[in-house]
Design a protein around this ligand. Structure first.
Ligand SMILES: Cc1cc2nc3c(=O)[nH]c(=O)nc-3n(C[C@H](O)[C@H](O)[C@H](O)COP(=O)(O)O)c2cc1C
Length: 329
């Protein structure tokens, strides 16, 4: 089963394997490293339209490119059409080439404002938002939506909701097969993704519980989705994109073991990116990622302790090299 290229508006995705937007995770370094491993496109974390509208610097600072030459994809959240329209215009002026609207975030402080997954309970408002956003970028940037199965098991409205989003002008839909009330627990339901795929003509990206290339292949086989989006399966494992990419290219599931050297090189490279970054990536927010890479390396627990207790990048690099000498394959 070969997975075909996908066209989302003006954006061509040759091998449709994407890194999901993740708050406080998908910094430029994480996105660049994922792209170097094989992710075709990666997203900024969700950015608040209300904050952009008010000119909040912290929100503006999230508008960062990943690798030069890759599509500059951003995710926006909000529930006020005017703020969303303004923010989309602002993002386009900052160079954004792909705007995804978050209609899946389950967090209380987001849904209590009517944003994220709460939009699945107000389809007319969601439709207005999509139309206003498309209008404000003059349809020059593809506008897409990321949804869940529904609010809860009693309101599984992904299919009619997706159809309405398509009618409103969305150029693609990502479906996470959990409900809002499941948060990140239980299982993502692939049947919902399959039902959405069968009911719209725009590309559908399947999301939820992809931890290996085999999971990605199976999800595509079952749902017939056009591509996949990986979130937690990439934690400490950007090589998942290499495997999925190869699997999609060849049609056979490819899972290549990651060597100790690759893990160590990843740690060093990530630390170097933090060193040269101007605020976009800090050690403080990257500690978890750096620690994750070292998982399963022999004698790595003291390294992880240091990752959380020092702010000295040079000594972390030294420790990483020492860890490597203990782990030569
Ligand atoms: C730490 C974290 C932050 C997230 N932040 C966002 C976000 O900013 N925007 C979004 O649409 N989804 C966000 N998500 C949801 C993921 O994009 C994805 O839909 C979800 O984790 C299911 O995929 P998975 O099973 O591969 O993790 C986040 C998930 C996690 C774990």
């Amino acid at each position: 089963m070969i997975v075909n290229p996908v066209k989302v508006g003006s954006v061509n995705l040759n091998i449709p394997v994407l890194l999901a937007p993740m708050a406080a995770i998908t910094t430029p370094a994480v996105r660049i490293l994922a792209e170097e491993c094989g992710a075709e496109m990666t997203f900024t974390e969700m950015i608040s339209a209300a904050a952009l509208f008010r000119g909040v610097r912290a929100a503006r600072n999230l508008i960062r490119r990943s690798s030069p030459g890759k599509v500059f994809a951003v995710q926006l959240f909000g529930s006020d059409p005017h703020e969303m329209g303004y923010s989309a215009w602002y993002l386009k002026n900052q160079g954004a080439q792909y705007i995804d609207i978050n209609m899946g975030c389950p967090m209380k402080d987001i849904v209590s404002n009517g944003s994220g997954a709460a939009l699945m309970k107000t389809p007319e408002l969601a439709s207005d938002i999509v139309k206003v956003v498309i209008d404000s970028v003059k349809d020059e940037v593809p506008v897409t939506v990321k949804i869940r199965a529904g609010w809860d098991f009693d309101s599984l409205n992904a299919v009619p909701f997706a159809q309405l989003m398509e009618k409103s002008g969305a150029r693609a839909i990502t479906v996470h097969g959990r409900t809002r009330n499941q948060l990140y627990t239980g299982k993502s339901n692939p049947q919902v993704i399959r039902d959405v795929k069968n009911s719209v003509s725009i590309p559908v990206f399947a999301n939820g519980d992809i931890k290996t290339a085999a999971d990605a292949m199976e999800l595509i086989r079952f749902t017939k989705a056009d591509g996949v989006m990986v979130a937690r399966g990439s934690f400490g494992n950007p090589w998942i994109f290499r495997d999925i990419r190869k699997s999609f290219e060849t049609g056979h599931c490819v899972e290549t073991p990651v060597t100790s050297e690759e893990k160590l090189q990843m740690i060093l490279r990530h630390l170097e990116m933090i060193e040269i970054s101007q605020d976009a990536d800090s050690l403080a927010q990257s500690r978890k990622q750096i620690a994750w890479y070292s998982k399963n390396l022999h004698d790595s627990s003291s390294f992880r302790e240091m990752v959380f207790s020092t702010s000295d990048i040079q000594s972390l690099k030294k420790l990483a090299s020492e860890l490597f000498s203990k782990n030569v394959n």
